[in-house]
Design a protein around this ligand. Structure first.
Ligand code: SAM
Ligand code: SF4
Length: 327
């Protein structure tokens, strides 16, 4: 059966955070120190992730899975998980990664059945990279992007979170990078999910501002409506490829959202900004049957709200940060 929420949206995409840990400390996501990590027993095992995924695939026809985190590649033996999930039968199997170790893992992950990779890169300047991620790893990320392309991931997309006064002067340089490397750059509006709670709407560079900055240098044509995909996309008129913007804050795409999320500690969330979670971990560890897990998922999806309320007076910041939910 299809998994349909109260607003008629069919759930087709499952985002699985496999760890809350990360080898970076991006300022818009994590504090430099003081994160309280989940302990090993608190994190879903690969077998438990496989079990939940198989319920989504076999009961609800969900065939699109993205692995995320924290940083998914810090989890040991990741190809083992990839192989388990690929075997269940997915049409679209992807990862979001900071790319820093992709040079060494890309080919194993691709061989295990992962198909697409989104790699985060917010700046091409080494000093700024170090300020933004608190790590001196620009060269490793660039090598990771190359490794993803050579391993066969297709498409490779590169995500950049743009913050006013931080890296908004690099929009065109990043767009140029995407054109030259043959990857799709995707600019993301800064969201109120930073661990330090410093988000302010004045720091958000809007989709309109991002597109107009690119348009001044590279003429663009908007592509047909995005459907359930989060990015609006534009084609370079000179044939230089495609660029996307994820306008979560200024042009929410909640009306077409087909996503649900599983956190590393087995909590099921029906929205990135949800304030309610459903405890699948306890069910898995207390011998729940697949029927019971499927019923819990149906009941949770029945609470999926119409959309987030960023910018409205009744917006409540989720207790978890982006790295704890899985972006
Ligand atoms: N560690 C991986 C990475 O950075 O790609 C995967 C997890 S990360 C939480 C997923 C995505 O969320 C990344 O593209 C990251 O840039 C983005 N992100 C993190 N905090 C954000 C924020 N406050 N606003 C917008 N995007 C954010
Ligand atoms: Fe780590 Fe990704 Fe968050 Fe950066 S955005 S701190 S790489 S989880």
């Amino acid at each position: 059966m299809d998994l349909i929420d109260p607003f008629g949206r069919t759930i087709r995409d499952l985002r699985i955070s496999i760890t809350d840990r990360c080898n970076f400390r991006c300022t818009y996501c994590m504090p430099e120190e003081g994160m309280k990590w989940l302990t090993r027993p608190e994190v879903l095992t690969y077998e438990e992730i496989e079990r939940v995924t198989s319920v989504f695939v076999n009961r609800f026809g969900v065939r699109s899975v993205r692995l995320t985190g924290g940083e998914p590649t810090v989890r040991a033996h990741l190809p083992v998980l990839v192989e388990k999930l690929a075997r269940i039968g997915l049409d679209d199997f992807s990862i979001t990664t900071n790319g820093s170790t992709f040079k060494s893992v890309a080919s194993d992950l691709f061989a295990a059945g992962l198909q697409r990779a989104n790699i985060s890169l917010d700046t091409l300047k080494r000093d700024r990279f170090e300020q933004m991620t608190r790590r001196d790893d620009l060269d490793n990320v660039l090598a990771g992007i190359d490794a993803a392309i050579s391993a066969g991931f297709s498409p490779v997309k590169v995500n950049a979170v743009i913050q006013r006064g931080v890296n908004d002067d690099e929009i065109v340089d990043l767009a140029t990078f995407g054109r030259e490397r043959g990857v799709e750059m995707r600019f993301i509006e800064f969201m109120p999910l930073d661990a330090e709670g410093n988000w302010d709407s004045s720091q958000v560079l809007s989709q309109d501002e991002i597109v107009s900055a690119i348009q001044k240098v590279y003429p663009l044509e908007q592509m047909p409506a995005r459907g359930a995909a989060p990015a609006d996309r534009w084609r370079y008129l000179d044939g230089g490829g495609v660029v996307g913007v994820i306008p979560t804050v200024t042009k929410p795409f909640c009306g077409d959202c087909d996503r649900v999320r599983l956190t590393a500690d087995g909590q099921f969330r029906t929205c990135l900004f949800a304030t309610e979670e459903f405890d699948l971990m306890s069910m898995l560890r207390n011998d729940a049957t697949d029927d019971q897990i499927a019923d819990a998922i149906i009941a949770a999806v029945a609470t999926k709200w119409a959309g987030h309320r960023i910018g409205q007076v009744n917006f409540i910041r989720p207790k978890r940060t982006m790295s704890q939910i899985g972006g």
